[in-house]
Write a protein that binds this ligand. Sequence first.
Ligand code: ATP
Length: 232
Amino acid sequence: MSLLEIENASVFYEDFQALYDISLKVEEGEIFACIGANGAGKSTMLKTIAGVLVPRRGRILFDGQPIDHMPTHQRVELGISSVPEGRRVFPSLTVHENLLMGAYRNRKGPWTVDAIYELFPLLKPLRRRQAAGLSGGEQQALAIGRALMANPRLILMDEVSLGLAPVVIKRIYEAFPTLIKNGCTILVVEQDVQHVLTVADHVACFLEGRISLMGKPGDFTPEQITAAYFGV
Ligand code: ATP
């Protein structure tokens, strides 16, 4: 059984259809990458998995259990945790307090504040600093750390590298194997395909609300991926 299964999901914003009949499976312990251009529907899919949006048609199964009508907080309790686009942290709280907020619906598991500081050592000396004053990369590490504090089985990451310096992006991706080793499955959305395809076990490319390519990254030539990305 797959950890996450999306079956023929169609998602709308009122009259506007953003996703058409999407089906995909994410296996436990893998890194699954969703790529695609601006507006292709990647964030809509993450919001649908997290429970912010409800599919008008189709089903979402987590560990075999239908979750499409379950509220977000219940999904967090089941083990689905989100790192939202724009690395939203609580700006007036300190780094340490932000991490503790992530444990609000804590499940049992390996992630504690100390484990997060070990994963992202850059955060430790900043622990008493207000999150508002952090750099983009520091905020992204904090947003990931906060999501991990819920001890998720599945972590949803939106636009991980958007607006970050290459060295910071590298550091974020270097943390992924530790997440996997600790029992976390990663579903990551990226506009910038370069980095994510080197670490992903499976990739799905979104194009205008549909999946235009799906499989193991090594199964495709760069030309096929470009064609699926831009629809040429
Ligand atoms: P991006 O990288 O820009 O976030 P994306 O692939 O994540 O792109 P989505 O944000 O999922 O794309 O958007 C898919 C489509 O849904 C786009 O056409 C977008 O304009 C539309 N859309 C997104 N949010 C809303 C909303 N709140 N109301 C109406 N339409 C929306």
